[in-house]
Design a protein around this ligand. Structure first.
Ligand SMILES: C[S@@+](CC[C@H](N)C(=O)[O-])C[C@H]1O[C@@H](n2cnc3c(N)ncnc32)[C@H](O)[C@@H]1O
Length: 386
């Protein structure tokens, strides 16, 4: 990744979800983030995983009634690179990235951008104020921060607002980030799977890249190599399988079919979805120390009795309803050869089952972080003995 060169739908029903949360997201970010507890901002994570109380289902009433709520001199080369970046692929009603066309199967259109921003909001709520809702690793004023696969750049901008002392770079295949940003924030179009060169970082953040990366161990090794000693890597991913808290997944056969198809397509495409459960081992293999894995239950709809979890579930449902199309459409049509119409039928059934609160659907969210070791301190005596 040459940092100096680093130029660095479908959903017919999308209006029903997108507009709902788009309205919410028009609020200033600080107001949106109802989970932020200022007193907890900057509080670092402990060495052990967070214990989570079992969730109790709310079997009364509907949620709606609840109140809880690197640089090149060659200008023609530059021009062609620029047009490659800006040339999007339109397919089956969705828009996909143009740079490294075909290497990532989720769209980058407005529907997807809204979904990513909503998803960010879910993460901040799930983090319950830790790191201002943005991180869990015990970082301390990192000077240089990298966000790999930054999406809309919302994490980078929030981190930049909260950490004026840091310079934060977000990289992505798609140039979908705002151009007017604070001076400590920078966005570059780049492929994280290319070679990384240039300055090192003090903190690297990777979130929701399951299905996007060919060689996870290689990517994590590059992150390790490009951290300063003592620097932290933090990865956050949902487990691939949606589960049922009351073991009623058999009542959602289309969700099962969708997940199996998605996993088959992702494996065939060579970019696994099975990332979350492997992260801890992969970080250790790459050489990280003090590796911590934290697993959190995230309800997929507002079925939980607890108010906060119900709210998280409500947002997560909006996310999942769009995610069915975002994750599924190109995987099923491009990779498995389904027709657009065939996929639309499955997508509609999946959406119906996702909305069924009696299934008590949830996913495990994994956050795994680890530190690059500092070199052992050398004393004058030890140096003299060498
Ligand atoms: C599911 S989105 C997550 C975005 C962001 N990390 C977040 O949590 O909001 C994955 C992002 O990774 C980007 N991406 C996929 N493969 C990439 C690669 N090889 N290099 C850089 N970005 C990549 C996609 O363009 C997309 O914006």
């Amino acid at each position: 990744m040459p940092p100096d060169v680093m130029l660095e739908g479908e959903p017919a029903t999308q209006a029903e979800t997108s507009t709902t949360y788009a309205a919410h997201l028009q609020m200033p970010r600080q107001e949106q983030d109802i989970s932020r507890t200022p007193s907890q901002d900057g509080v670092s994570g402990g060495p052990t995983a967070t214990a989570q109380e079992p969730l109790e289902a709310d079997d009364a009433g509907s949620f709606e009634n609840d109140s809880a709520l690197g640089d090149t001199d060659d200008s023609s080369e530059r021009t062609s690179l620029f047009s490659e970046i800006m040339k999007y692929r339109e397919e089956n009603g969705r828009r996909y990235h143009g740079y490294k066309d075909g290497s990532y199967l989720l769209p980058n259109d407005e529907t997807e951008q809204n979904r990513l921003d909503l998803n960010h909001h879910v993460f901040t709520m799930v983090n319950k104020g830790r790191g201002g809702g943005l991180y869990r690793a015990p970082i301390d004023k990192p000077a240089r921060v990298l966000d790999v696969g930054t999406g809309t750049g919302i994490w980078v901008m929030d981190f930049g607002d909260a950490h004026k002392e840091s310079h934060i770079i977000g990289i992505d295949l798609s140039p979908i980030q705002p151009t007017w940003v604070t001076p400590n924030v920078e966005f570059l179009v780049d492929d994280a799977e290319d070679e990384w060169i240039g300055q090192k970082y003090d903190y690297i953040h990777i979130r929701m890249l399951a299905g996007a990366v060919k060689d996870w161990q290689g990517l994590l090794q590059k992150a390790y190599n490009h951290l300063n000693p003592g620097g932290w890597l933090e990865c956050t991913e949902f487990e691939v399988w949606i589960k049922s808290y009351n073991d009623t997944l058999h009542n959602a056969p289309d969700i099962k079919k969708w997940q199996e198809g998605l996993q088959e397509a992702a494996n065939k495409f060579g970019r696994t979805m099975e990332v979350a459960v492997n992260l801890e081992g992969w970080l250790k293999e790459a050489g990280f120390e003090d590796v911590v894995e934290e697993k959190t239950v995230v309800p997929s709809s507002p079925w939980a009795k607890d108010k906060e979890m119900k709210t998280i579930g409500a947002y997560q449902l909006m996310n999942m309803l769009d995610a069915a199309s975002s994750y599924g459409q190109a995987h099923f049509t491009r990779v498995l050869g389904w027709s657009r119409e065939e996929y639309a039928v499955l997508n509609a059934k999946v959406r119906t089952q996702l909305k069924d609160r009696s299934l008590q659907l949830y996913s495990n969210l994994y956050t795994v972080y680890g530190r690059k070791p500092k070199p052992p301190k050398t004393t004058p005596d030890a140096e003299a003995a060498e």
